[in-house]
Ligand binder design. Sequence first.
Ligand SMILES: [Zn+2]
Length: 171
Amino acid sequence: MPISKDLVFPVYIESVALNKILNTCESSIQEIFGYLIGNILKWKEEVYVTIEEQLFIRGAIHSDQYSTFQLEGKAGEYEREFQKLKKNKNNSDLRIVGWWHSHPGLGCFLSPVDLKTQEFFFPESFQVALVVDQINKKYKFFTLDINTPMKYKEISHAVLSSKSPKLTKIT
Ligand SMILES: [Zn+2]
């Protein structure tokens, strides 16, 4: 398989973090949400994000019935967990690069409430939304895009597997 020299995805997610999210979604029939934790990197003129960790707090539900109030109520709790995670990983560069939530059987898109959540809590251009439909075994990444009629767009991603070949030092 040829490797493109100039291939940059907007999102790179560690398979361990992705699997944790997918498994958490599979274990709940409710519409749950969590935070995506990682870094913002730049290559040439392109900005992209890496997702290394995820945070999930029990009872964090996001749906059109609960709306953003639920997220607002949990935001402080997530902030505390995020500070703990940074300390544990000894990595103060980690940032909240977006959020994930589940759409059991609903398909992958951003609802009007999701869009409000994205605009209010994750307005930065690098902040992404990961939507998981665990019933249909699908997931998609989105970002805000004011130039589209929907005000958001789907973006591509690459999964970083711990099984990928490690670079070895040539001495
Ligand atoms: Zn949603």
